[in-house]
Design a protein around this ligand. Structure first.
Ligand code: ZN
Length: 271
């Protein structure tokens, strides 16, 4: 029910890659009836539905992520994911940044993403972007920023599976977005929707962020959480670990030999 309730709240899938699910679902744009085929240039779709589109970033090779033991390769089994906050976690936080030229990766971001993908996690960004409701940035600005982020990651052969953002804020100028919503962190709406659309087992998934609201959102839907430090933010400096440390922590918890979180214990296989 919670998932259904979040359907119309403006959560937006910005882009999505074909993944290494050899027998898995096609690369369907969740929340719409459009399909982006591997290698196809994405175009704005569903013009009547504000903000729903497919980005046109380069498509990653489908074989790259298939090395290693992926227990979610079996599509009967929910996959696990690491959810990332964006600003202050993956990229330097410039508040309400809509300028692609100010996209600066946090050191170690691509390495951490690659390590986690090799460990079998989907990688999904969940980001509050109230600058849209406040009319400081546009959806097009946001798209360019995400495209630039993806481009920089791809230079190191890392990529994000999907971006979800919340454009809302109760104080927004855009009256259509000036509302309380279930997707703005610390609410877990973005994670819940991603879980539904990607068949993610939240109990085996993680949330990484630099703000308490990130951790609250993750914990609210049953994820484990890691707080990372934010080099550009005095308020959180030294409060967390680095992205590479976070990746190591997650890998150690997710290892099949771990007595804390055996990878398959929590998975309910269909009969
Ligand atoms: Zn929202």
């Amino acid at each position: 029910m919670r998932i259904a309730a979040t359907r119309d709240l403006g959560l937006l899938v910005v882009l999505r890659h074909q993944t290494c699910l050899s027998d898995g679902p096609p690369s369907v744009v969740a929340g719409s009836d459009e399909t982006l085929r591997n290698g196809e240039q994405g175009q704005p779709r569903n013009q009547g539905v504000p903000g729903v589109w497919v980005d046109n970033r380069p498509i990653a090779p489908t074989t790259q992520a298939c090395d290693g033991a992926f227990d979610w390769r079996d599509d009967r089994q929910p996959c696990r994911a690491v959810f990332f906050d964006r600003d202050g976690t993956l990229i330097v936080n410039y508040p309400y940044n809509g300028d692609e030229r100010r996209v600066e990766l946090i050191p170690g971001a691509a390495t951490a993403l690659n390590a986690l993908r090799q460990a079998g996690y989907r990688l999904i960004v969940v980001t509050n972007q109230s600058g849209i409701a406040r009319e400081i940035i546009s959806v097009a600005d946001l798209k360019r920023v995400h495209t630039q982020l993806s481009r920089q990651l791809w230079e190191q052969r890392a990529w994000i599976d999907a971006y979800y953002y919340c454009p809302h804020h109760v104080d927004g100028k855009d009256r259509s977005l000036a509302l309380p919503c279930a997707c703005r962190k610390p609410s877990p709406g973005m994670l819940m929707r991603a879980a539904a659309e990607w068949s993610i087992d939240l109990s085996r998934s993680w949330m990484i962020g630099d703000q308490p609201s990130d951790l609250e959102a993750g914990a609210a839907c049953g994820c484990r959480v890691v707080r990372v430090g934010s080099p550009g933010d005095e308020a959180t400096r030294g409060a967390g670990v680095g992205l590479l440390d976070a990746a190591q922590i997650i890998e150690s918890y997710g290892a099949p030999s771990s007595p804390i979180a055996p990878a398959k214990r929590h998975v309910a296989r269909p009969a």
